[in-house]
Ligand binder design. Sequence first.
Ligand SMILES: [Zn+2]
Length: 82
Amino acid sequence: MSGERQLTCREVVEIVTDYLEGAMTSMERARFEEHLSACDGCANYLRQMRETIRLTGMLEEDQIPQEQKRELLMAFRGWRRD
Ligand SMILES: [Zn+2]
């Protein structure tokens, strides 16, 4: 274990609302952004979330369709071959 561990795509998807709500510590946010800078899938996901919020003017966990969330997680799993 090396102190600072990388976030997984799954974790990013789960905490994206915290990020958008500003409910993270600066350290958590740094890790989150570090993952995004290296992961197109999550960067895309965040962009979609932002667009949704812009259109609806609000942010609720329920607004992420469960099915879409599951598809994303499946896709992420496919990319990770470690
Ligand atoms: Zn990712």
